[in-house]
Write a protein that binds this ligand. Structure first.
Ligand code: NDP
Length: 288
């Protein structure tokens, strides 16, 4: 039996539609949720991501601004752009597209974003809130994965969840969200001994390494739900994930494709986070 294919594209479209309806309601109260995306330099992939984010905002009725900055901008100049956005009442969410050019310190820049506008959820306060079970913003990619599991009726409660990849933006917040949802979580990295022994225990397997095809069907428990976060461009131009799709789908119970799986969900959850930030602003001003 081959796995059910989890259609991230369709789910993302329905979430964007819900966001559009809630944005329309907020507009009747005189507030248009606004997202500012700061793009430094001319990395072609970043330009594509930023364009897609702005287009998704526009479609859902959000206000969006792309602030394009020269690759040689100084750290002080970049921080002053972030501070201005922190003070701008039309902007509810701020995102600095990573990676930044090497002369800029991304940690300092992210910490400069107001935690209340940090829709990526990368600010240290938001990472801490997530870790202590009181998240303000959930990082978009793992948040999208949780929505996919929910839509597929895959309950993390009591499940063995194994995450391959432990980055601050995907693996670690993924672990926190699955843990909070009741899973027993194993977080693997490049030093993990006998990775297959770990992955074969997983009822829910999330792979986010940036290594094309590093998990294959032999490493998957029959019937498992496999979420492939990886996005890798092969030399022949094809886009593939971190999971070897053909062998994995023969073993898994459900699996996300690449493209069309986690990727579209990440953008949808960015809109959700921006909407939530704007709604919080409205309820805050109502109580003042
Ligand atoms: P990072 O490079 O920041 O982290 C990779 C992680 O994978 C590290 O923890 C690393 O271990 C681990 N790793 C690398 N090789 C192995 C291995 N052989 N065995 C076990 N673990 C390994 O990557 P990101 O988290 O930023 O991104 C991961 C992938 O997800 C990329 O393909 C990226 O493009 C994609 N991505 C997709 C998104 C989407 O919207 N779909 C959003 C964000 C990322 P160690 O800590 O030991 O170095």
């Amino acid at each position: 039996m081959t796995a059910r294919i989890i259609d991230g594209k369709a789910l993302a479209a329905s979430i964007r539609e819900e966001v559009a309806q809630q944005v329309a309601t907020l507009k009747t109260q005189g507030v248009t949720p606004g997202l500012a995306v700061v793009l430094v330099g001319d990395d072609p992939a970043s330009h594509v991501y930023v364009r897609n984010k702005a287009a998704a905002c526009e479609k859902a009725g959000l206000h969006s601004e792309i602030i394009r900055l020269d690759k040689d901008i100084s750290q002080a100049q970049l921080l002053s752009v972030v501070h201005k956005l922190n003070d701008d009442p039309r902007i509810h969410g701020i995102l600095v597209q990573l990676p930044l050019p090497p002369h800029l310190n991304s940690h300092i820049v992210i910490e400069a974003i107001s935690a209340a506008k940090d829709v990526d959820g990368f600010h240290i306060s938001n990472a801490g809130l997530l870790m202590t079970g009181k998240p303000l913003f959930r990082p978009c990619t793992p948040y999208g994965v949780m929505k996919m599991l929910e839509a597929e009726n895959v309950s993390p409660w009591g499940a063995e969840a194994v995450i391959v990849g432990a980055s601050n933006i995907v693996g670690k917040p993924m672990a926190m969200l699955l843990l909070a949802a009741g899973a027993t979580v194993t977080l693997c990295n490049s030093k993990t001994r006998d990775l297959a022994a770990q992955t074969r225990r997983a009822d829910i397997l999330v792979v986010a390494t940036g290594k094309p095809g590093m998990v294959n069907g032999d490493m998957i428990k029959p019937g498992a739900t496999v979420i492939d976060v990886g996005i890798n461009r092969l030399p022949d131009g094809r886009l593939v994930g971190d999971v070897e799709f053909e062998s994995a789908k023969e073993v898994a119970g459900a699996i996300t494709p690449v493209p069309g799986g986690v990727g579209p969900m990440t953008i949808a959850m960015l809109l959700v986070n921006t909407l939530e930030a704007a709604e919080r602003c409205v309820s805050l001003s109502a109580t003042q």
